[in-house]
Structures are given as C-alpha cells and as structure tokens.
Design a protein around this ligand. Sequence first.
Ligand code: ACO
Length: 346
Amino acid sequence: MKLLQEIKERAQQNPQRIVLPEGTEPRTLEAANSVLRDKVAKLILIGNPAEINRLAEEKGYTYIKEATIVDPENNPNLEKYATLLAELRKSKGMTIEEATRLAKDPLYLACLMIKSGDADGELAGAQNTTGNVLRPALQIVKTKPGMTCVSGAMMLFTKTPQYGEDGLLMVADVAVMPNPTAEELAQIAVATGETMRAIANKEPRIAMLSFSTKGSAKHEMVDKVVVATKMAQEKAPDMMIEGELQADGLQTFTDLLLENNVSYRAMQLANPRLPTTRLAPGTPYCAPPAYSRRLCPRGSRSYAMGVGESLDTLVETEGLSPALLLAANPTLAPGDFVPGRVICLP
Ligand code: ACO
C-alpha cells in the first residue's frame, strides 16, 4: 500500500482537474471531500448545486466548497458542448437537438468537458454501469493516437511478495473488451505494461495467459493468444512479454519465466525435466544463463535498477560511460533509467 501513498504524493505535486459526474452520490461526495482536503486533485462536481451543498452540509464535508459545481440543467456552456458533440457525431447522424439533450446527461457532459480541455479526467461508476460510463468516453474522448482499443487494468495488492512485483499484480483487460481480437489483445498487453511503468514505476513482466502452455492445448482461443503474444512482442521489443502460458494458484513454470526474465525455450533447455505447468512448492530449478535473458543480447548482463539508482549512479558504480550504457539500451533515454527497469550492461 506504500504505492498508494506514492501515487497520492505524485498527484499532489501536479493536481489535475477531475470531473465527477455523480456529484450527489454519497460515496463520491465523501471521497471528494477527502481528495480536496488532501489537495490530491481539483474537482468538478456535476449535479444540482443546492442538493450537493445540502448533502455536504448534512455530512460535515467542509472541503466540498472548494469544488467547482456544474449544474447540467443550467449550464452556461451547454451550447458549446452540444455543438461539439453534434460535430463529433455528425457521421453517425446526430442532430443538434439530440446533442443538446445528451450534453445535459452528466456522463456525456463530463466527456465533453475533457474533450474541450475544461477537465483532465473523469471518475464515475458508483451509480452507473461500466458500459454506460464507457460509451460516451469511447464516442467523445476516444483513444490516444496509434491506439484503437481502450482497455481497463486492475491493480491487485496481494500479501504474497512472491507474486508479481512484491505482491503487486496488474490484471487486464477486466472491464472493456468482452472478446478482443489478437491485435486488440496485443494492444491491451502493451498498454497495461505502460500503465505498470507509469503508475507503479515498475518494469512489467507480462504473461499472456491462456489454457495452454506453449502448445500444450490446441484450440482457436489458444491460437489467438499465440498470435497476440507475437504481435505484442513486436510492438514493444523492450518489454518482457511471454506466452502463451497458463496461470496457476501455486508456483508455476510461468512464474519462473517471469522471475528470471528468460524465454520459455531457455528455461526448458536448462531444466529439461521440470514440469511445464504446476510445480510442487520448493521445486529446485536451474536459472538459465544470463545471456538467455529476453532483453539483453548474448554476452551482456541484465541488471534491474534499484531504488535510488539512476544512469548517473550506474556510471559511477559500474565504471561505464553514459554513452556506452545508452548504446547497450537503444530504446531507453537517460531519464528512463529508473528503479525497477531492467537494463543491459555491456
Ligand atoms: N476501444 C475503443 N473504442 C471502442 C471500444 C474500445 N475498446 N469498444 C467500442 N468502441 C467504440 C466503437 O468503435 C464505437 O465508436 P463509434 O460509435 O465512434 O463508431 C463506440 O465505441 C460504440 O461502440 P459499440 O460497439 O457500438 O458500443 P457498445 O455501446 O455496444 O459497447 C462497450 C461498448 C460499452 C464498451 C461494451 O463493449 C461493453 O459494455 N463492455 C463491457 C463493459 C462491462 O460491462 N464491463 C464489466 C464491468 S465490471 C468492472 O468494470 C469491474
């Protein structure tokens, strides 16, 4: 949970404007009060101002007065947002009348505020279904350039440090795509890896899961994950991506691959008798030689950056020049040498 504190501190350094379309929902209001008290974000509450103020007063939420309240029924920007929506959905046959009606819907209004640059992000779903929250975002905010598929990831904080990164796992996609194609699966994998880097500041080790480990089962759903794994590896050659693999409740071959950052083939060569699915706790195994690690070429050493380390400290401790380190890690810029990142030492 230290990570949550870190995220909070990062947010406090650069508070964003977050719009909450469910401005009168009790849990939302309580959370909003804490966020404003801790100066984690600047908040915009959508809802009837008299009702929001009454609820806040009843509960003693004194910080709510620092929020901007937008009344969807009496919004001076209604025409601006309706025109924008009609323009965005013109090809879908949306009329200005329909756009005006939708621009009063808090979920649409929140996305229109983001699209117009009047807010930086949105949080909703306490009162509305995931589908209803997502639809306007997909229609209005859309994806970042180069991406066609929005996905959702969940962070699981487990009490078992052997899992993931000191007990932290990220699972995706758990919210948006009911049945992704191979291309979409690949995008989801890479986007989730980027989320791990951006939010947790950890180097992702991605397992593309299926009900098969390297051909142990045959099915069209397995084939899709095989193709997706290849696509994801091509999209992000600097990320550790392995598949197709089975997940399991106990220590598995999958865990070993990810822990050691090696390919399936290298692990199998080093451990020809090791079962490739579930392992009994405490099963001994040989770590494949360093050169077989996924990220680094033969002859170089993988190195996981430690806390407090940077390109500069590495230059000092390893006695290598910055130019040499950058040449050995062509996909990394100097600022990318952050704790958790696996780099190659020439
Ligand atoms: N990424 C980018 N755009 C998308 C995506 C996506 N993943 N999915 C749909 N779109 C776009 C479409 O291209 C379309 O754009 P357009 O209108 O500009 O052409 C628009 O969104 C609407 O697409 P439809 O397929 O017509 O949308 P529909 O409303 O049927 O479904 C939705 C989209 C809401 C995301 C649907 O896939 C869905 O309900 N997903 C599951 C949500 C859910 O229930 N999750 C579990 C909840 S539990 C939890 O979250 C913890």
